[in-house]
Design a protein around this ligand. Structure first.
Ligand code: NDP
Length: 330
């Protein structure tokens, strides 16, 4: 594991860093790198994201121009757009000895881009979405990240990538060496198994409670909206998954948890987990993602429609409305 003491911003002395893409990750990376004193350029197409970069005080450039002017390039656009953007606007402008950084191993793991021959290349994958990356940085802390040096013609790829990790705040929390194929597959599996499993669990609990006549808003609060479950996971990240219940749960809670643990998921769920992992590793998921992107993301529209129409969403709206402060009387 690498920490602040293992990284030195001087390893990027005199360099200009180009942040390509100004979305979830790009915005957080760019702000943290700038606040750490690095020279940062933002590269983006001319649209709403570029306007956001401008509003944040950057002078965004077309992607190819930003790559041309920089010696370290961070590619922070969606994975399925990498091949097209990389081939046309990045690879031709990467110079010998430049540093090229990805925030997810997807494009390399599935052979969607070919790394530049004479440039350093590394994976620096934050295990967090963008807003907390920025928030932790401002609070003087950081988020965990995985790192893998993909190629190292200068012999300085690790030092330079650690400097990026320090400037983003990641080494305050810890940067772990993890091979890019593992980072990719772990991340996809978490997204495709654990996240939907938890969401379906919440939805099932909600439906059972509402069907049984409970008011949806307190049901929602008990499930996730109070933040108790989130705090439990935050605690678990420090003390351990089982230990958090042992340490913080009342005897009633501990008895209830242990009584049901291991009884709720059947063999078919484990078989589904293995199938999902198989599809990730075989590249079947990567192909499906590209097909989805090529068709204009119809499934994502369907997700939005499903989410908007769900009882959970309606209960959440009611709960948010109840939180709004009432106008002062008189
Ligand atoms: P976003 O969807 O937020 O990226 C949006 C940015 O990408 C915008 O600047 C957008 O600009 C640009 N973009 C999208 N499509 C294109 C295109 N075809 N050509 C040029 N620019 C394009 O992505 P994320 O920040 O979520 O992800 C970026 C990288 O970070 C990915 O590799 C992802 O796997 C990784 N990552 C993401 C995490 C997350 O929490 N979101 C966590 C860890 C890693 P435009 O206006 O031009 O569309």
């Amino acid at each position: 594991m690498y920490f602040d003491r293992d990284a030195d911003l001087a390893d990027l002395a005199g360099e200009t860093v180009a942040v390509i893409g100004y979305g979830v990750q790009g915005r957080a990376f760019a702000a943290n790198l700038r606040d750490s004193g690095l020279r940062v350029l933002v590269g983006n197409r001319d649209d709403a994201y570029r306007d956001a970069a401008r509003a944040d005080g950057f002078a965004p450039l077309p992607i190819a121009d930003a790559v041309e002017r920089a010696s370290a390039v961070l590619l922070l656009i969606p994975d399925e757009a990498h091949p097209e953007v990389y081939d046309a606007q990045i690879a031709p402008h990467l110079g010998d000895g430049d540093l090229f950084v990805l925030a997810h191993g997807f494009s390399v793991r599935f052979g969607r881009i070919r790394l530049p021959i004479e440039a350093d290349a590394a994976l620096l994958a934050p295990k967090m979405f963008g807003r907390p990356i920025r928030r932790h940085y401002l609070e003087g802390t950081g988020v965990l990240a995985f790192l893998d040096v993909l190629q190292d013609p200068t012999g300085r790829a690790l030092r330079r990538t650690l400097a990026v990790a320090k400037a983003t705040g990641f080494t305050r929390r810890g940067v772990m060496p993890v091979p890019h194929a593992q980072e990719t597959e772990l991340d996809l599996f978490q997204e495709q198994f654990l996240t939907p499993l938890l969401m379906d669990g919440f939805k099932m609990a909600f439906d059972v409670l509402v069907d049984a006549g409970y008011d949806p808003v307190p049901a929602l609060l008990d499930m996730y909206a109070s933040g108790e479950m989130a705090e439990m996971m935050t605690e678990a990240a420090t003390v351990g998954l089982y230990e958090v219940i042992a340490e913080q749960g009342s005897p009633t809670c501990r008895f209830g948890v242990q009584r049901r643990l291991g009884t709720l998921l059947g063999d078919d769920v484990e078989a589904k987990a293995r199938k999902i992992l198989g599809e990730i590793r075989s590249g079947a998921f990567a192909a499906a993602l590209e097909e989805e992107a090529g068709a204009g993301y119809p499934s994502l529209d369907a997700y939005d429609a499903m989410a908007g129409a769900s009882g959970v969403a309606r209960a959440h709206e009611r709960y948010r409305a109840a939180l709004d402060p009432r106008p002062a009387v008189g």
